[in-house]
Ligand binder design. Structure first.
Ligand code: NAP
Ligand code: ZN
Length: 355
């Protein structure tokens, strides 16, 4: 066991504060990683504040982890001490059901173990990346091939990257396709970059008029302020696919109206309160689909990391110290982040020194 300093929420209304946990010593098939950077996902906030009403406390969020391997178990073959490594949203799954066999561990029929708040079907709580180190089964550890100088900006790929890459790939986004990305936050800005790199004609839908220039810089060909009905009308019945990343409850109908016949809108945003049910006629008259998608499998996460390394894609980040995490959450709620906070985990040493 190793004593490990983290930042944790002790209950839904408290701020995150320093908290010591024990990590297991690496088993034969484990990799121990000293965490260098951890991205801040809106799911961290939903969880720390128990907005999905399933949080186990104390809660140590963080599932966009990059770091350096500091120990490996005797059966580990793909990593050695000193290697860079990444950990995303999952640290285990049953490994024998049909989805696991097909590399879709996120849809494990027996419940995957989340990097934090893990035991969906019982077992001990898991603690995420707002911590000094983590111990993870080798099968759930990702290889990083980006330049070392980009490491902090690579961290958000482990959730924001894969959560957008997986549906864009599943729904065959590419050249000749007109694709909408709704919401320019952590997920949305990766969605714009990845869909553009896949060759699609990308239209960004944002509630924030001041994000227009950024949207174009990130790879969108057009930017639409979704609160303006006239701008929305100009795109009606024209989109092949829409990826909706919005973190709050909203009306889906104005977006469904943008899909052409047989088009699909896939929801990845997971708001605290449900969206109002869409109008059935908006679906049936053009055989449109409304779908959902959850992160991505481990093999696909590696594929995404390699795709991003090849296309020189990383996240646009604002680096923070862990001591600023509560303020960062408040700013995220105001959509005031360009476009992902990443924690420099070296800042935890300040608390270690004070302890
Ligand atoms: P984020 O950085 O906070 O971005 C969300 C964006 O949604 C904002 O930047 C904003 O974009 C837009 N938005 C926020 N409030 C809105 C409102 N009231 N009405 C309309 N638009 C609003 O969050 P994120 O980290 O990208 O996460 C987005 C959502 O995805 C969260 O709910 C998160 O839990 C979920 N998530 C799901 C998965 C999955 O596997 N499905 C994985 C990770 C995260 P504009 O300013 O451009 O409008
Ligand atoms: Zn996430």
């Amino acid at each position: 066991m190793s004593k490990t300093l983290t930042y944790a929420a002790q209950n839904a209304s408290d701020t995150l504060k320093p908290y010591a946990i024990e990590r297991r010593a690496p088993n034969a098939d484990d990799v121990q990683i000293e965490i260098l950077y951890c991205g801040v996902c809106h799911s961290d906030l939903h969880t720390a504040r128990n907005e999905w009403q399933n949080t186990l406390f104390p809660s140590v969020p963080g599932h966009e982890i990059v770091g350096r391997v500091s120990a490996v178990g005797s059966a580990v073959t793909r990593f050695k001490v000193g290697d860079l490594a990444g950990v995303g949203c999952m640290v285990d799954s049953c490994q024998h059901c049909a989805p696991c066999a097909e590399g879709d561990e996120q849809y494990c029929e027996n419940g995957f173990t989340g990097t934090y708040n893990g035991p969906v079907f019982g077992g001990e709580n898991t603690y995420g990346g707002y911590s000094e180190r983590i111990v993870v089964k080798e099968a759930f550890v990702l290889r990083i091939s980006h330049d070392e100088g980009d490491l902090a900006a690579v961290a958000p790929l482990l959730c924001a990257g894969i959560t957008t890459y997986s549906p864009l790939s599943h729904w065959k986004v590419g050249p000749g396709k007109k694709v909408g990305i709704v919401g320019l936050g952590g997920l949305g800005h990766m969605g714009v970059k990845i869909a553009a790199a896949m060759g699609a004609h990308v239209v960004l839908f944002t509630t924030s008029p001041n994000k227009r220039e950024d949207g174009l810089r990130l790879g969108a060909k057009e930017v639409v302020v979704s609160k303006d009905p006239e701008q929305m009308q100009a795109h009606s019945n024209s989109l092949d696919f829409i990826l909706n990343t919005v973190a709050a409850q909203h009306d889906l109908d104005p977006f469904l109206n943008l899909l052409k016949r047989d088009g699909t809108m896939t929801l990845v945003g997971a708001p605290e309160h449900p969206h109002p049910a869409p109008t059935v006629f908006n679906l049936i008259f053009k055989r449109r689909s409304l779908a959902g998608s959850l992160i991505g499998g481990i093999r696909e996460t590696q594929e995404m990391l390699d795709f991003c390394a090849t296309h020189n894609l990383v996240s646009d980040i604002e680096m923070i110290d862990i001591q600023s995490i509560n303020e960062a959450y408040e700013r995220m709620l105001k959509s005031d982040v360009k476009y992902r906070f990443v924690i420099d985990m070296a800042s935890l040493k300040k608390d270690a020194a004070a302890a």
